[in-house]
Each structure stands twice: as C-alpha cells, then as structure tokens.
Design a protein around this ligand. Sequence first.
Ligand code: FES
Ligand code: FES
Length: 157
Amino acid sequence: MKEEITLRVNGKQHTVNVDPATPLLYVLRNNLELNGPKYGCGLQQCGSCMVLLDGESTPSCRLPVSALKDLKIVTLEGLQEDTGKLHPLQEAFYEEQAAQCGFCLNGMLISGVALLEKNKKPGREEILEGLDRVLCRCGTHSRIIKAVETASLKTSR
Ligand code: FES
Ligand code: FES
C-alpha cells in the first residue's frame, strides 16, 4: 500500500506517494527525475547508484525509502553549487579526462566527494579504498585516481 513519505534530497524536502518498500533509486529517478544515480546491477555491487546519505557514499538500489525519512540525501545533481559552479572533483574529472563511458561516473564522484569530505589529503591507498565499492569497466582507474588527487590539491590549499 502506498504512503506519503518525505525525503530530504539536495537540500529540499520532497513528499512522494509510494510503497514504503520502494528502493530509493527508483524514487530518485522516477518520482524526482534525478537521473544522476544510475541503475547497474540492482544488487548493491556495482556502485552506479551511489548517493550520499548523511555524507556516506551508499548504494541506493536496495534501500527502502521508508528507512530514510530523517537522513540527508545528496545525489550527483546536488554536488554543484546553486550558481551552477561544479564541485572541485567534477572539475578535476573534466580536467583529467577521467571519464569514458560514464557507467561508473556517478559512483566515483559520489564516493570521491565522501572521501574528500573526511580526508582532505588522501594518499593513493586511501583513494583506492574510498573508491573500492565502485566498478569501472573501462579501466580508467589511473585517471580517476589522478582526478581525486587534483581535487584534493585544490581544496586543501
Ligand atoms: S545498481 Fe546499485 S550497486 Fe549496482
Ligand atoms: S568510465 Fe566506463 S565504467 Fe568507468
């Protein structure tokens, strides 16, 4: 049975009328038209559906919306400022040409932002660990790591 559920997404309250067991990813894409988070495996294994939940990068494909009423949810769309200025990590991905097909991009950016929020100057091992849950099929890991390092240099000055 459907229920009214209010979620805090990208700094705004949104009320949706859905089955409380609906995974967050479906509500983001279908109800709120936020298509940054992608559907990949649907099994919490590829990371393409990552969002920030109270600052932690978390796969959204199996998370029931009923469990998220009090949490702060940020999607890829919420990383840029209201002025349209991109997040420094988004800029660094562009500068380092770190994306290819885009399958992993959402998860890498969300996980990279979560990492940099906690650790402004992560070492290589810490970056690998921070991005560990996201699968990149194109093998652009070295450029992705470089992008995180570039963003870290910009933001930790
Ligand atoms: S779609 Fe959620 S982890 Fe793969
Ligand atoms: S750029 Fe294609 S999966 Fe990572």
